[in-house]
Design a protein around this ligand. Structure first.
Ligand code: FA5
Ligand code: MG
Length: 472
């Protein structure tokens, strides 16, 4: 497989340079096309010639690469001159960070979904917005580009910017790939959360795989103009011949666009305030996307720099028409989960979201997505893992919290994490057994296993004496 050279994406931190207008990676609209929605199931039936099946930790094999084909989520993509995915990139598709309960991206995702549910209450039992967070990241060129009017010769289609499975399929470059198919399926309000892939540089704010949340809201006349009398007077669409202006598409009325724009911008400002508090500093930047007009990016102030967190706009009417919703007008936005999570938790490097280092993972291990976590840098030095198993005292009220306190009081700052890894009840003995894993790590030097063992032995002794457990 020959790799094309790597292209750099726009910087995430846009700096203090004032821009009121910016040309995005995506330019003006041209072609139209329909979309075929594909939902793939997982399968483990791979051919004999599979080179490197990879497990995702749940025992699911998600991808394999052979000399002639890539197999991803049970679908086979024959290799051709366009293929530039590699096993490393494919391995990220197994991680599904936005679905991992304790990943910071999942906490932020849950906060965003909460907000949207509250902001758009439903008249029925089910929420107004449908949420799709497990759509296959392998999409057709048609889904990623054509269905949302990205011109055939548009630079964002380049092999150097994307991970192609072959000339017909790629790892989605944005969650907008699913807009057309979901509208076609009859939905008016939906969110898509997922991993997206771009051939980017790798630095503190860029990674070739990241996560987006897409929102689409389609409105009929009465959703746009809530007041009955006003709705009788006003229209969504121009009837005569009309021109496109910087403010609106040719088919839309000024009134409809003004109402939709105000609803979109208000929703987004409320969303960032929901995440960062009322004092968050924001600014709107006009931009171009082939799939929206007018279009904007929202930036938030992050440590004195402007950070672009999302793109949005009024959906191109022909996308709606092609998908059978031409009687409605829509707004859409696509936001970057990593950038919001970096600001929210003060995470300094985008790679940390992918870390399996217990020192990182443990900091976000909370059930409440609103827990006010500030990321603490993890030591560069290696950890030591020691397990302790004991029988709980008979007829007593042992609590894990007491054990955690005890470990902390003995190990002090050297204790990075304590977690209950196993518990069972022994019928014959009529006693409970607990096993805890303790991770010791020094912030300033390498802690040797011998040093860790000394502390661990002290923990065992103290637990036996103070908590009356029987070490096993
Ligand atoms: C898009 O991807 C559009 N599909 C968004 C959109 C949807 C616009 C619906 C209009 C309507 P953009 O390439 O700007 O646009 O990416 C959107 C957001 O994803 C960015 O604002 C940023 O928060 C995040 N993002 C983009 N590139 C990266 C990257 N390399 N690393 C991390 N986050 C990124
Ligand atoms: Mg952008």
């Amino acid at each position: 497989m020959k790799m094309a050279s790597c292209a750099c994406a726009p910087l995430s931190v846009t700096g203090m340079i004032q821009r009121s207008f910016k040309i995005s990676k995506f330019l003006l609209p041209q072609s139209t096309c329909s979309s075929g929605y594909l939902r793939l199931s997982h399968s483990r039936n791979y051919s004999q010639s599979v080179v490197n099946p990879v497990e995702n930790g749940n025992g699911d094999v998600n991808f394999a690469v052979t000399p002639t084909a890539t197999i991803l989520n049970g679908k086979t993509y024959p290799v051709d001159e366009y293929t530039n995915v590699n096993p490393k990139i494919l391995s990220y598709t197994c991680r599904k960070l936005h679905l991992q309960k304790y990943n910071p991206l999942c906490h932020v995702k849950r906060r965003i979904i909460d907000f949207i549910y509250k902001e758009f209450p439903s008249r029925t039992r089910s929420p107004l917005f449908s949420v799709f967070d497990d759509l296959d990241p392998a999409v057709s060129v048609e889904q990623n580009f054509d269905s949302i009017l990205i011109p055939k010769d548009h630079p964002s289609r380049k092999k150097s910017d994307n991970y192609y499975l072959n000339n017909n399929h790629l790892l989605r470059a944005h969650t907008s790939s699913h807009q057309a198919e979901l509208i076609r399926s009859g939905l008016n309000n939906f969110l898509v959360v997922g991993d997206v892939y771009r051939r980017d540089e790798i630095d503190k704010t860029h990674f070739p795989a990241f996560h987006q949340v897409e929102a689409v809201r389609l409105c009929g006349l009465h959703d746009v103009f809530r007041d009955e009398n006003i709705a009788r007077e006003l229209k969504l669409f121009e009837t005569g011949k009309c021109v496109r202006t910087p403010e609106k598409q040719e088919t839309h009325t000024v009134d409809a666009v003004m109402m939709m724009t105000s609803a979109l911008k208000t929703t987004l400002i409320k969303l960032v305030q929901h995440l960062f508090g009322k004092d968050v500093e924001t600014r709107w930047v006009e931009t171009f996307f082939p799939f929206t007009h007018p279009s904007w990016e929202l930036e938030v102030n992050y440590n004195g720099e402007w950070l672009e967190v999302l793109g949005c706009g009024i959906m191109e009417q022909s996308i709606l028409q092609n998908a059978g919703a031409g009687d409605k007008i829509g707004w859409a936005f696509g936001l970057g989960l990593e950038r919001l999570a970096m600001k929210l938790y003060q995470i300094p490097d985008i790679r940390l979201f992918w870390s399996v280092d217990s020192g990182v993972v443990h900091q976000f291990k909370v059930d409440d997505p609103y827990a006010p976590i500030i990321y603490k840098p993890v030591s560069q030095y290696p950890p030591c893992k020691n397990d302790i198993s004991f029988w709980l005292p008979e007829n007593s009220t042992f609590s894990s919290a007491d054990f955690y306190d005890l470990v902390r009081s003995i190990g002090g700052e050297l204790v990075e994490q304590v977690s209950l890894v196993d518990e069972f009840y022994h019928k014959k003995k009529q006693r409970w057994s607990h096993c805890y894993r303790i991770i010791y790590r020094d912030m300033s030097k390498t802690l040797t296993q011998e040093e860790a063992n000394v502390i661990h032995a002290a923990v065992e002794q103290a637990a036996a004496k103070n908590l009356r457990v029987d070490i096993r």
